[in-house]
Design a protein around this ligand. Structure first.
Ligand code: GCU
Length: 415
C-alpha cells in the first residue's frame, strides 16, 4: 500500500513539474542577451535598466509582439461639455470631451466623472467595451464612431445582479463606490480607436502608424493601450485631476491593452490588469490555456504580424511577459485571475510576476510578498490574486483594486 501511495505521489509530482514553468528557459530579465546580433549587456543598476535595457525592450516588444506605436503627439481638444452636474444622486459631475487627429484619422470621446469634494482627485481610467454610456449608465454620452458591437445589446437589457448574490459579476465599474472613495473615473471606448474586427481593423491600424514596417504593423492591443495615454494627455491639462495618482484598469483584451499602456507610458502610476492572459500578463511560453498560435490565429489584428511567427514555438520569442512587467517597475501592479478561467492562464501570470521581481528589487522595491496565490498583499508593489469563479470582473475584484489604490496612493510616488 505504501508503495502504491509513493508511486501515485511521484506521478503527481511529475505531472505538476510538467506544467510548471521552466524559469531557466525564460529570457533573462537582467542577464546579458543577444537580439538580432545586438548584445544587450547585463543590467547592474537602475540606470542600466531605465536607460539601456528598457528602451531596447520597448523596441523589441513593438517589433515582435505589439507593433509600432503611433507618434506620441497629443490629440487636439475639439469640444468639452458638462453632461450632468449632479450625476449618481449628486455624487459626481459628469463631463465629456472629444479629442481628435485628422492625420491619424482618430476621434476619441472621453467621458469622466469627478467627485464633488475638492480635488485634485486620483483617477482611474477604464476602457468601455460598449461605449462610455455603458461605463456611466448614461445614454446621453456619445456612441463610438462605428457603433456598438452586437453583443452589447445583451448587457444593456440584462437584469441587475440578484440582491442575494454576495459577489456579482459587474459589467460596469462601481462608479458610486469609486466616487465615495474619492476617485474620479475616466472612460474611453476602444471602438473609437479601432473596431475589434479582424476584417476591418487593418486599415485604421495602418493609418495610425503608416511608417511601421509591414511585419511590425501596429496591433489593436497596443492601439487601445495608446488610448490610455491619449486620455492622460488630456487629463493632465485639467488641474482637477491629480497627475501623480493616475491608475488604469483593463479586463481581458483590454487588460492586455492596459499592460502595454503601463509598460510604454511612465505617467501611469498604477495598473490593475484583470485576467489579461496571453499577450497580457501571462507568459507567452506557458503551455496552459490559450496559446500564441490560438490568439494570433483568432485575432490576427491584435498584434504585429511577427508575433504569429512564434506560434509553433514560443520558446523562440526574444522577450516574454515578465519583461513587460519589468517595464512597469517600480510602479504598483495588481493582477487578478479566476480558477475557472484557465484560458487566461492564471499560473502563467503568477510566474511572470515572480520573474519580474529582480527589476523591482533593483529599484529598491519588492516583488510579490504574499504567501499564497489567493491572498494579495495590498502594500506590495506586485500583488496577484486567484479567486474562485470565471472570466469577468466581480464586485470584490473591484474592491481589491480600490484597496490596492488606497494603499499605494497614500503617498504619491512621483517627486
Ligand atoms: C478571447 C481571447 C482572449 C481574450 C478574451 C477577452 O477569449 O481568446 O485572449 O482575453 O477573448 O477579451 O474576453
Amino acid at each position: 500500500k505504501i508503495y502504491t501511495t509513493l508511486v501515485i505521489l511521484a506521478a503527481l509530482a511529475l505531472a505538476k513539474g510538467a506544467i510548471a514553468q521552466d524559469m531557466s528557459a525564460l529570457p533573462p530579465i537582467l542577464g546579458a542577451k543577444v537580439y538580432k546580433g545586438v548584445r544587450l549587456p547585463q543590467v547592474n543598476s537602475p540606470h542600466d535598466w531605465r536607460d539601456l535595457r528598457a528602451p531596447l525592450l520597448k523596441s523589441i516588444f513593438q517589433a515582435e509582439v505589439y507593433g509600432r506605436l503611433p507618434a506620441p503627439t497629443p490629440l487636439n481638444l475639439i469640444s468639452k461639455i458638462t453632461v450632468d452636474e449632479a450625476a449618481f444622486g449628486g455624487l459626481g459631475r459628469l463631463e465629456e470631451a472629444v479629442l481628435a487627429s485628422d492625420a491619424l484619422k482618430v476621434r476619441l470621446h472621453v467621458a469622466y466623472i469627478l467627485p464633488q469634494t475638492p480635488g485634485p482627485h486620483p483617477v482611474v481610467i477604464v476602457t468601455a467595451f460598449c461605449g462610455n454610456g455603458s461605463t456611466f449608465s448614461d445614454d446621453r454620452l456619445s456612441l463610438p464612431a462605428g457603433g456598438l458591437p452586437e453583443f452589447c445589446a445583451r448587457f444593456k437589457d440584462a437584469p441587475p445582479p440578484a440582491a442575494d448574490d454576495p459577489d456579482p459579476y459587474l459589467f460596469a465599474p462601481p462608479i458610486e463606490t469609486l466616487l465615495k472613495r474619492g476617485y474620479a473615473v475616466a472612460s474611453f471606448a476602444t471602438a473609437d480607436l479601432v473596431i475589434d474586427d479582424k476584417d476591418t481593423a487593418i486599415i485604421p491600424l495602418h493609418l495610425m502608424n503608416p511608417s511601421a514596417p509591414p511585419d511590425e504593423r501596429l496591433g489593436a492591443i497596443a492601439a487601445w493601450g495608446w488610448g490610455y495615454s491619449k486620455v492622460i494627455d488630456f487629463l493632465e491639462t485639467d488641474p482637477r485631476f491629480d497627475p501623480k495618482r493616475q491608475a488604469i484598469y483593463g479586463h481581458s483584451r483590454n487588460g492586455k491593452a492596459a499592460m502595454t499602456a503601463a509598460a510604454f507610458d511612465d505617467r501611469i502610476d498604477l495598473i490593475f490588469a484583470h485576467q489579461s492572459g496571453r499577450g497580457g500578463a501571462s507568459l507567452s511560453r506557458s503551455p496552459v490555456g490559450e496559446q500564441v498560435s490560438n490568439i494570433t490565429g483568432g485575432f490576427p489584428h491584435w498584434f504585429a504580424p511577427n508575433y504569429a511567427r512564434y506560434g509553433d514555438d514560443p520558446n523562440r520569442l526574444p522577450v516574454d511577459q515578465h519583461e513587460l512587467i519589468g517595464l512597469i517597475a517600480p510602479r504598483p501592479v495588481l493582477l487578478g485571475a479566476g480558477v475557472d478561467d484557465q484560458w487566461a492562464d492564471p499560473e502563467g501570470a503568477w510566474q511572470a510576476a515572480v520573474a519580474a521581481t529582480p527589476v523591482y528589487q533593483l529599484m529598491g522595491h519588492k516583488g510579490p510578498t504574499q504567501t499564497t496565490r489567493e491572498t494579495p498583499d495590498m502594500s506590495a508593489d506586485i500583488a496577484y490574486f486567484l479567486r474562485p469563479g470565471r472570466h469577468g470582473t466581480t464586485r470584490s475584484d473591484w474592491g481589491r483594486f480600490m484597496d490596492f489604490m488606497d494603499s499605494h496612493f497614500k503617498t504619491p510616488r512621483k517627486p
